[in-house]
Design a protein around this ligand. Structure first.
Ligand code: SAM
Length: 266
């Protein structure tokens, strides 16, 4: 029991680093299954913790590149992780795309993680807004964030995150995970989301998506005026051409409509 061993060695959970670990082997192998790992897979894991998920991934994958920020975990991990795991003692948000590309040796890879929740969105964007040879992302996140990730237009959960994911991936919630499954238990339930990459990164489309949701209560035109420094008349002409109501808001637009808008704005 890796977590018990760690606690015996005097390890204290760091709430600020989002340390809620998983012990249950059924849940760990279910996450590995959701990620579609096979013996050819190169996996990038974010947040090793006690190494329980890392160990399950390593049983199936060819190689695991595993990031952990917490100094207190490193000596224990160096001793206990299997040989096909490359431990990187670094803050994932400070790692460049080039370093990731070097680590995976330019090959296709999958991201798998029980994420530290305080940085869920920046981590998702770190990978989606890149040309990295990414195959899929399978992550445990707060249930409420998972709902936003897979939300459909015209719902309260729909926003820039849902659209940015839709622009690049087929995504689905693979399981809901009760808070009691974690040590220590967080205040909310969680969910695993699997995102299969299907489209390359489009930087301009990404900019349009972000600007559409700059201020949630503003109309799309008002948001785009500030984001693209365009005057109202020009934007109204584009909206009329596309058959959009001039008062429409970002949350009412589906991906195809946003793509059409991006073509006109480019
Ligand atoms: N994978 C383990 C599991 O499932 O039991 C631990 C998951 S825990 C939710 C998140 C882990 O991410 C913690 O071990 C934490 O120290 C680490 N972490 C937090 N912020 C990080 C960052 N910026 N870069 C890399 N690791 C980070």
């Amino acid at each position: 029991m890796k977590i018990d061993d760690l606690i015996k060695q005097g390890f204290k959970f760091n709430k600020g680093l989002g340390q809620n670990f998983i012990l249950d082997t059924n849940l760990l192998s279910a996450i590995v299954n959701d990620a579609g790992i096979d013996n050819d897979s190169v996996i990038l894991e974010i947040g090793v913790g006690a190494g329980t998920l890392t160990g399950e991934i390593a049983k199936k994958a060819k190689k695991v590149i595993a990031f952990e920020i917490d100094d207190n975990l490193i000596p224990f991990l160096k001793e206990t992780l299997p040989s096909n795991v490359q431990l990187i003692h670094q803050d994932i948000l400070k790692v460049s795309h080039q370093s990731i590309l070097d680590l995976v040796e330019g090959k296709k890879f999958k991201v798998v993680a029980n994420l530290p929740y305080y940085i869920t969105t920046p981590i998702i964007f770190l990978f989606l807004e890149s040309m990295l040879p990414l195959d899929s992302i399978t992550i445990m996140v707060q249930k409420e964030v998972a709902n936003r990730m897979v939300a459909l237009p015209k719902t309260s959960d729909y926003g820039a995150l849902s659209l940015a994911i839709k622009a690049r991936c087929d995504s689905r919630i693979t399981r809901i995970v009760n808070r009691k499954m974690f040590i220590p238990p967080p205040n909310v339930d969680s969910a695993v989301v699997h995102m299969q990459i299907k489209n390359p990164y489009d930087e301009f489309l990404s900019k349009v998506i972000k600007n559409l949701f700059l201020m949630r209560r503003k109309t799309a035109i008002n948001n785009l005026m500030s984001g693209f420094l365009m005057n109202r008349q020009k934007l109204e002409a584009i909206f009329n051409e596309l058959g959009f109501n001039l008062m429409i808001r970002g949350e009412e637009l589906g991906l195809e409509q946003v793509k059409n808008l991006a073509r006109k704005l480019a």
